[in-house]
Write a protein that binds this ligand. Sequence first.
Ligand code: FPP
Length: 261
Amino acid sequence: MRIDTNKLAAYYADAPADVSLADLDLARMPSHVSIIMDGNGRWAEARGLDRSRGHVAGVDALREAVTTSVRLGLDAFSVYAFSTENWRRPQREVDLLMHLFATTLVKELPLFHQENVRLRFLGDLTALPERTRKVFQQGLDETADHTGMTFALAVNYGARAEIVRAARMIAEEVAAGRLAPADVDEELVGDRLYTAGLPDPDLLIRTSGELRLSNYLLWQLAYTEFYVTDTLWPDFDRWDYLRAVVAFQRRSRRFGGVSGA
Ligand code: FPP
């Protein structure tokens, strides 16, 4: 995707001491960045606030991250918003998150239109409340013709469930005689995942310092570079994002081969 360098420079004015736009190599930009947004609860608790306030603050951080992703010219940006395990949280918190997903999506539609962002969901949406599902569908319909960055929201997503679902689809196709076992290869499996058609993430960012994958994109992250920051998600801003991309660009990606080969 093309970068609007004027918009990017304006967006990244007033640099802090440790990082600036000059550190970025525009010829080596990632195509897809994914983020595990973690630390909303701790952010709120550190301020003596209810956890819900952390999620509300997390929405602001997410809005900025979407804009940053567009300014950086990404093809795809994805975030882990709600896992299949998150249903175990207190009902009040689950309800608030479902409500936030729906209200935020409606509120942010003008941003998606303005920035030509196409929306997509990763996960099993059938288990979501009716209103959340309706709003998600509205978001899909209204952004279907957009040709800019894809923004993928993982909601009720679990990577193992995603792989089981793909395996079942393939088994059914084989049983029906539409596929032969020998047809099953990596591309065919990838086409049956929620991320079908998206490039694999080049960079995975996890906030709040945890060093685990939490059942996120297990298949798609095979060769992804990981970047973990102690910053809690509501505090994650365009400069933290820039630090992550600059760190990514300084690594040598070999995809199992050797450098320079
Ligand atoms: C992790 O923090 C965050 C979540 C489980 C929810 C992510 C939701 C948002 C960023 C807000 C709304 C998003 C959208 C898409 C509108 P945590 O609660 O696990 O924090 P903790 O580890 O400190 O408890």
